[in-house]
Design a protein around this ligand. Sequence first.
Ligand code: HEM
Length: 203
Amino acid sequence: MFMSQSLCETHTICSLGFRCFVLGLFSWHPFFMTLAFSLFMTEAILLFSPHGSPIKRFPHKTKGRVHWILQCLCFTCAVLGLAAISYNKHLNGKPHFTSWHGLLGLLTVCVVGLQSLAAVPLIYHSLAKGWSLAKLKRYHAASGLVTYLLGSVSLLLGLCSAWFTAAVMEYAWYLSVLCPALSALIIMNQVTSAYMAKKRLQS
Ligand code: HEM
């Protein structure tokens, strides 16, 4: 008797928990996506900055390791964010990838996956025979910048969605747009200046 009552209570708590999870499923999408791009990917690139990185004095090898750990976290969160919105749409019977935000967002998540795969030869150099490490690094930095910009534009389009514009007040909206836009400018400046410095050294 006591056993069946406590089983029944456990079942009620579990189904309530699941219902809350599904009802709030949409919110996991912006949460995981901003975590992926505004935190993990931004920090993964900024840690190479010669100006303000918290691990500025660490050897380059350590920075490289922290960079790929942060990028793995970024990809994991991006996949979780994509799964959340896709499952939410499936539950509500809504069509998929119908907006510019949805289409560019899907492309961004695929590019992040490809960029991460293409970075493996930077750790295991024997996988890319005939390619110098310097050349691989240059291509990785250039395609990484393109990936970051894709992420920023997807994020900005997400902030323009009807859901977000209705959820925040005007000033808060401008502030939310300013953050990814400024980050994109800072990252563009960091990556292109590192390039220029290397080119100047080579010539
Ligand atoms: C770089 C970050 C982001 C990526 C890669 C991304 C990706 C996506 C994708 C692929 C979809 C379509 C899913 C489907 O149709 O099955 C989608 C939908 C959606 N996202 Fe995002 N998202 C990002 C950030 C955000 C943010 C920050 C918000 C809100 C502040 C947001 C709000 C929405 C909304 C309202 C939808 C449903 C409407 C639509 O399909 O456009 N997203 N997102």
